[in-house]
Design a protein around this ligand. Sequence first.
Ligand code: ADP
Ligand code: MG
Ligand code: ZN
Length: 610
Amino acid sequence: RDYVRKYAEVNYIEGSDDEKWSKRDFPWTKKLEANNKKVFGNHSFRPNQREVINATMSRHDVFVLMPTGGGKSLTYQLPALISPGVTIVISPLVSLIQDQIMHLLQANISAAYLSANMEWTEQQEILRELCSGRCRYKLLYVTPEKVAKSDTLLRQLENLYARELLDRIVIDEAHCVSQWGHDFRPDYQSLGILKQKFPKIPVLALTATATASVKEDVVQALGLVDCIIFRQSFNRPNLRYSVIPKTKKCVEDIDKFIKDNHFDECGIIYCLSRKDCEKIAEKLQEFGHKAVFYHASMDSDKRATVQKMWSKDEINIMCATVAFGMGINKPDVRFVIHHSLPKSIEGYHQECGRAGRDGQHSSCVLYYSYSDYIRVKHMLSHGLTEQNSNANSGRVLETNTENLLRMVSYCENDVDCRRFLQLIHFGEKFDPVSCRKTCDNCFKAQNLVEKDVTEIATHLVELVKSVQQQFSASHILEVYRGSLSQIVKKYQHNTLRLHGAGKSVVKGEALRVLHHLVVEEILIEDVKRSDYYGCVSSILKVNEKKASNLLAGRQTIVLRFPCAIKASKSSRNDITTPAKGMLTSSKQSPLSVDTPAQTQPEVDLNLYAK
Ligand code: ADP
Ligand code: MG
Ligand code: ZN
């Protein structure tokens, strides 16, 4: 409850509503514009850049939500350049920092960084420069663990503060503060100490991904005061989105997709495991593509080499885990393919965001299979993914699972506009009409049938209970549809009251209802310990709390199906809904509308036609 109460005190001001931030008569305006041209070589400002700079230069705490590639760095690098003292920038990855410093030095801006794995003498030299009479650094980058663990650094900052040379504190990738986010880093949580120690210094927090709860978490943890928020649409009109059922021949499908639409163009294929990266790269090479792999267990030289080759177009396809991406600045990435389920909608949006930075049409294709959900869940709960390896605490795991379920729901939905589904997640209302058929769901715009599936749902939940919550989803479906297989007989499940109750229900439909129950957390898919590594199975359990309304007959469940599915007996109340009015006429939240991948018609690749 403490948590909730603290939130109530958080207040912010919408910066975009206030015209004063776009004015051009601030004392620094001339200098700002001159340096933007002269030092950074930019002809103008991008959306919100001028506004953010004016607000932070006016010494307000500012929170910036700007899509990847939107130009967040400039909003603190320019102020740093035209202010007298030093700007401290907290950034999560040394590779990101090095990249930034390289660019700054190229522009003749003096900058340095401190990280824990630097030589101590080197660190001392930088700290000495910092407290010297005329420190030449305009920007000092530090990793968060430096702030959390180095008293020396804090003392130097106090020294700067006392001499009024601490201009501003910047928290880049600020979503890392939040456990609700997709990339939580514990060291970020201790950054609140900066505001405590230096209450008068303006803080600028920047991120490309923040849901409402992440945003509140960040503002709270950093202790921002009367913070001004700038945000802009996260829609990326030049990206096309689709979810395609994943078959056993997924790599062949990917090969065909690339040859048909992006031959010899540059792209990223995100894979779940290191092994997948290697296997897929190898296969694509066999198919004649210039592909390589990239993951965290390669040594850093090798990683740097392949990244450079890819940046220079010596190879075009990078098969990578999510370790690849932060700070990637290549403008002409033409496709981002997900070979397996991303771990959250935020992560997915950010990964897709690496495509089409130059504004040209680019493709985002996700190959989805429900079984990947089990696989990812298993990896998350065993800390086997490349992110969040230190995130095994109960709450983090819970958040991860919730994020993953939202992603499943996104994939299972073959009705609502993909943009709408992504953006609602960031608290942004998007009118699907503006999609102009650039996502698979809008592109098909099929007629849909609404159907009451309450009875099927109730039966499935009761069945899970009557087999003592010890069996898998596919077993439950077999029993429900009246199978007399050996295993059904072995456990005498053919004698159960509900054995065969779903004889007349189309299999895809029953499966769809079952997935819906998992997404709604009425059923819980528990990952069972595997006999040998790589094989993960699951058993279904009932979440008593969430199932109680359904079992007591107090809840109805309505799902929408494409007309192509033959109606089962129970579908007396069919309502044919035209695709367009869908989002408003729905009885459910759009996030809970889903259709099984199995019944989804193959996506017409014309969606990607240039
Ligand atoms: P973000 O941190 O928001 O992902 P960056 O700050 O890395 O984005 O900027 C992305 C790219 O946009 C960089 O190559 C940068 O040079 C370029 N850029 C930023 N602002 C401008 C501008 N006003 N005009 C032209 N290019 C810009
Ligand atoms: Mg950035
Ligand atoms: Zn759409």
